[in-house]
Design a protein around this ligand. Structure first.
Ligand code: PLP
Length: 418
């Protein structure tokens, strides 16, 4: 494939870029401020290449690992952090964080509706698995969102109840029909919770949100955040893992859950991966900006073509995900196939809609990534049901993201003109 596009499509792309110019400038400013934070933390901690060697076996005294955790903590304005490739994914880090916040007889209240799909098994909503909240006698309740945003009045009432010991907030929309919360909106929820229940621990699922703002939830009232290293903070270089950051006692409890009480974060060999984690975190503000620009370009272009896109206006860019409604299954499929064809890896593969565990309808997924399942790399997926929306995210470089989107749009235009 030579990635030659028609003059007409290239002209539309120019219009889309002109439309997105102000967004691009705002994204660059956030990336600059965040790069400054990250670079400061690196210099403050006197990072040296001896940290990259790492350990094997038990992983005692892994200076590189321990320093990186201090650097994460500084950048996220937290007391402590746990940054580990021993977390198999973001959900694992989140689950360890959740168990750190509540004990038997206590209840966690999720105030952004239900938790992300993969965490519903943790709370014990699906069947009789062992090791769940339900299994340990931990309660879990939810407050639904109102018009896609936190229902502050309901939260004020529900969070005040004495059995509520922890409040859970999901920052990103994930793959749900709701809004992604801005940092100011997270601050507002924290304020309401503190007013009615000062003792409650506040935890935030920070996935997809890191470095989209100059502040993180830990800087506006959250006690604990967690996320995935194969999304924003891994900068496309971390090969696997997750992180937790926040109050020291809670991070320690989460570490006891990850390994074992008494050992916590003191063990965990890094097996030569420290360099990727350091370099990835160093790159992360910039890489997140590349994904945000790819999304801004795609939204503008699809808007010009008459498609319904979300988010728009002030809500754009609060995380790296956006959606396009295609209105017809063959259009969704064509777009996803174009994304796949424009990927650096597995470009020759043809995505098909397929039954997925946890979904009622078949789902089509496109991803040609260097790291399996990495969604900081350009990827998209869409459930085969009205409005035939694709959830699109990532783009390691704006240039490659743009080429991927143009390839997808070319497939779509070809179909429309048949
Ligand atoms: C990606 C994501 C997770 C965790 O997903 P993993 O696939 O386990 O890394 C949790 N919550 C949200 C909102 C997410 O986007």
């Amino acid at each position: 494939m030579s990635f030659d596009f028609s003059h007409e499509l290239l002209e539309l792309a120019r219009q889309a870029e002109a439309q997105a110019a102000l967004r691009f400038a705002a994204i660059d400013e956030v990336a600059f401020a965040n790069t400054r934070k990250v670079l400061s933390a690196f210099t403050n901690h006197r990072v040296s290449d001896t940290y990259f060697a790492g350990t094997t076996g038990y992983g005692y005294d892994d200076q590189g690992r321990d320093k990186l955790e201090e650097i994460y903590a500084e950048v996220f304005g937290a007391e402590a952090a746990l940054v580990r490739t021993g977390f198999v994914n973001g959900s694992h880090a989140l689950a360890c964080g959740m168990f750190a916040c509540v004990s038997t007889g206590e209840t966690m209240l999720s105030v952004t509706g239900n938790v992300y799909d993969t965490l519903q098994t943790v709370t014990g909503q699906h069947g009789k698995l062992g090791g769940t909240f339900a299994d340990y006698g931990i309660g879990f309740e939810t407050v639904d969102m109102k018009d896609g945003l936190p229902d502050l009045e309901a939260i004020r009432v529900r969070a005040a109840q004495p059995h509520i010991k922890a409040v859970y907030i999901q920052r990103s929309r994930g793959y749900a029909i709701r809004h992604t919360l801005s940092i100011d909106e997270i601050a507002e929820v924290c304020k309401v919770v503190r007013e009615v229940n000062p003792e409650a621990v506040i935890m935030v699922d920070n996935c997809y949100g890191e470095f989209c703002d100059t502040r993180e939830p830990t800087q506006v009232g959250a006690d604990l955040i967690a996320g995935s290293l194969i999304k924003n903070p891994g900068g496309g270089l971390a090969p696997t893992g997750g992180y937790i950051a926040g109050r020291k006692d809670l991070v320690e409890r989460a570490a006891f859950r990850l390994t074992l009480p008494g050992i916590g974060g003191e063990c965990g060999s890094t097996n030569g991966l420290n360099r990727s984690l350091y370099q990835g975190f160093f790159m992360a503000p910039h890489i997140t900006a590349q994904a945000l620009k790819t999304a801004a370009f795609c939204s503008a272009l699809m808007g010009i073509l008459g498609y319904d896109v979300s988010p728009v206006g002030d809500r754009a860019g609060l995380d790296i995900i956006h959606t396009v409604n295609f209105g017809a299954p063959e259009k969704l499929l064509a777009f996803c196939r174009g994304i796949q064809a424009g990927s650096p890896v597995d470009s020759y593969v043809t995505p098909e809609a397929w039954a997925m565990p946890g979904y009622d309808d078949p789902v089509v997924m496109a991803a040609g990534a260097f790291i399996q399942g990495s969604s900081i790399e350009l990827s998209c997926d869409g459930p085969m049901r009205p409005p035939y929306a694709a959830f699109i995210q990532g783009g390691l470089t704006y240039e490659s993201g743009k080429l991927g989107i143009l390839t997808a749009v070319q497939e779509l235009l070809r179909l429309e003109r048949k």
